[in-house]
Write a protein that binds this ligand. Structure first.
Ligand code: F6R
Length: 609
């Protein structure tokens, strides 16, 4: 997974490309490079490592020209070296290409091209595209791209320039996101909107199979079947500051603290005081259709999968509908029992996660109706679902997902409420109480986040820790998993999330004074059980940090430190209980001086399998 940019206009392309890449670095940051079309030749500079290295190199050797392409890489084929960095070139050096995705048949294509005399210089799958275009080029770059792509299997978002097609930039998309930005006298290309917002708000989302030719005079666009089509332009309404750090040290901090307002945006218009059907009309499902749903399967990866687990609990609890959460990467290769009365709820912040898309297509083929919950309008999941509802959380830039998760949970709670009412599982009085509790969640989230000082003090307990355990039960078992995932990914401390009742079946052997345990002990039917599990850990010398609710003073005698969140309904408590765990992971990472927003080996959206 990578980020690509392109520019054609009156300004120096290198400046525009580097500014765009900076905003796409969350998509991958193993290496970066740009090509600028000069008067005499294409000029390419690339560097392994983060973007700063490329910026320094371009400062030393300025690239002059007003057309160019750029790339920030997350390695799939070939090590993250300078040779494997994009842009890649053909044998003549007259064609330059950037690509995001995977060319699945690249080995066969490479062998064929090598037999025809083409010489490869990198280990990447992308380089075959450059040589294929070289072979197919007869004077029209768009035509050469079209002919080359006919031979290609896999996924791509690509941008290409050629010394022999002056003033032209060609782009194509298949299963990888790509957008064109329209300025007053310039055009832009990017994998994602934040890369363009400093230049334009008017964008065209390309569809699978689209090829476009950009010149200073306009955009020509051809669809999958080769027929021309006018580019559809939509206006992005996000504030540009939403894509930047807004005064926080890291995007992760900014995004954690945006959660109260993000939740307001998610709930807006969907929870009116009296009209219980508000969300139903958005779902475009009638009461009868909801009643006929035989099972719900919730599909996602990573943090989104943890949201699925919370959704499973909420749907069973509030709606009495059989529900199960499935990891997309597993589901896509299983013969799951999907029936025509199955509703698949597909959860993805980015809407571009390859495993999630594959699992979604599979259950769709098997007859399930697909409802997507995504944060990115126009994303692949958004467009491929039968119906999509948007979390409206604004762009999430930090690799570690925070506001996407809590807004996904709030959406799932609304869904479970709608189901519960439609199926008669919730009496109106209880539904009213639950909606009232939901309306309090944004304000309560702000109160929970205000505990940052208490959390920071707890973070010092993780200095020198050999590992950490996160325990939860019932509705908050997924909270334990999510707390452990957050700590692992940003602070690199090994952490394990467990259903607390499972401790004595093995993991309790890990308990030592150097292994802090974080226990989610909020009120609910398993509260007393949770206290017993905490005692078991304490009896073995393990330090305990408890996440409990305001006013619960019993917890002090079970834990070494207590972090408090406001009280809410048990079923909604995962949304509040996870907040201190996000803060904790962040504090540990900052304490260790780590790159919080771009943890090693990770990338924001995993668009390859
Ligand atoms: C963890 C994290 C990942 C994502 C996962 C799915 O903090 O961000 O686990 O949740 O890669 O991504 P989306 O939601 O974009 O499909």
């Amino acid at each position: 997974m990578c980020g690509i940019v392109g520019y054609i206009g009156p300004d120096q392309a290198a400046d525009v490309l580097l500014a765009g890449l900076r905003r796409l670095a969350y998509r991958g940051y193993d290496s970066a490079g740009i090509t600028v079309v000069g008067d005499e030749a294409l000029r390419t500079v690339k560097r392994a490592g983060k973007l700063d290295r490329l910026e320094a190199a371009v400062r030393e050797t300025p690239l002059v020209g007003t057309i160019g392409i750029g790339h920030t890489r997350w390695a799939t084929h070939g090590a993250p070296t300078e040779t494997n960095a994009h842009p890649h070139s053909d044998c003549t050096g007259r064609i330059s290409i950037v690509h995001n995705g995977i060319i699945e048949n690249y080995q066969a294509l490479k062998a064929e091209l090598e037999a025809q005399g083409h010489v490869f210089t990198s280990d990447t799958d992308t380089e075959v595209l450059a040589h294929l275009i070289e072979r197919e080029f007869k004077g029209d770059l768009a035509e050469a791209v079209r002919n080359a792509l006919r031979l290609v299997e896999g996924s791509y978002a690509m941008a290409v320039v050629s010394q022999d097609a002056p003033g032209v930039l060609v782009v194509a998309r298949q299963h990888s996101p790509l957008i064109i930005g329209h300025g007053p006298d310039a055009y832009y290309v990017a994998s994602d909107v934040p890369a363009l917002l400093h230049r334009t708000r008017r964008v065209t989302y390309l569809n699978d199979g689209d090829i476009a030719r950009l010149t200073r005079d306009g955009v020509s666009l051809w669809g999958k079947d080769g027929s021309p089509r006018a580019p559809q332009i939509v206006t992005i309404t996000w504030d540009v500051s939403a894509a930047e750090k807004g005064g926080y040290r890291h995007f992760m901090a900014k995004e954690m603290h945006e959660q109260p307002s993000a939740l307001v945006d998610t709930l807006r218009g969907r929870l009116p005081a009296s009209d219980q059907a508000a969300i139903l009309s958005e779902l475009e499902m009638t009461r009868e259709e909801l009643q006929k749903v035989g099972q719900v399967i919730l599909i996602g990866c990573g943090t989104a999968y943890h949201a699925c687990l919370v959704g499973e609990f909420a749907l069973e609890e509030l709606a009495g509908v059989p529900a199960r959460a499935a990891m997309a990467s597993e589901l896509r290769y299983r013969d799951a029992l999907i029936t025509r009365d199955t509703l698949a709820v597909v959860i993805s912040q980015s809407g571009e996660t390859a495993d999630t898309l594959a699992a979604m297509n599979r259950v769709k083929e098997m007859g399930a109706r697909v409802l997507a919950i995504t944060n990115v309008v126009g994303s692949s999941v958004d467009r491929a679902a039968d119906k999509a509802i948007h979390t409206n959380a604004g762009p999430e830039i930090a690799v570690a997902s925070t506001k996407a998760y809590t807004t996904q949970l709030s959406m799932l709670f609304m869904l479970a409420l709608a189901f519960g009412e439609a199926r008669g599982h919730l009496v109106p009085e209880r539904a009213r109480e639950l909606r009232a509790a939901m309306r309090n969640l944004p304000e309560q989230a702000a109160q929970a986040l205000a505990q940052e000082d208490v959390v920071n003090a707890c973070a010092s307990r993780f200095r020198g820790a050999h590992g950490a355990l996160f325990l939860g039960r019932g509705a908050n078992y997924p909270t334990a998993l999510e707390g452990a995932l957050k700590l692992k990914e940003v602070s690199y401390i090994h952490a394990q999330g467990y259903a607390a009742g499972e401790m004595k079946h093995g993991p309790i052997a890990l308990v030592t004074p150097e292994c802090p345990t974080v226990a989610v002990a909020v009120p609910g039917r398993v509260y007393d059980k949770m206290l017993s599990n905490m005692q078991e850990v304490r009896a073995r010398g393990g330090p305990i940090i408890a996440v409990g609710v305001e006013g619960d003073h019993d917890l002090e005698s079970y834990a070494d430190a207590v972090i408090r969140v406001p009280r809410t309904e048990e079923v909604f408590s995962p949304l509040l209980a996870v907040l201190p765990l996000q803060l904790l992971a962040y504090a540990c990472a900052v304490d260790r001086g780590l790159d919080v927003d771009q943890p090693r080996n990770l990338a924001k959206s995993v668009t390859v399998e």
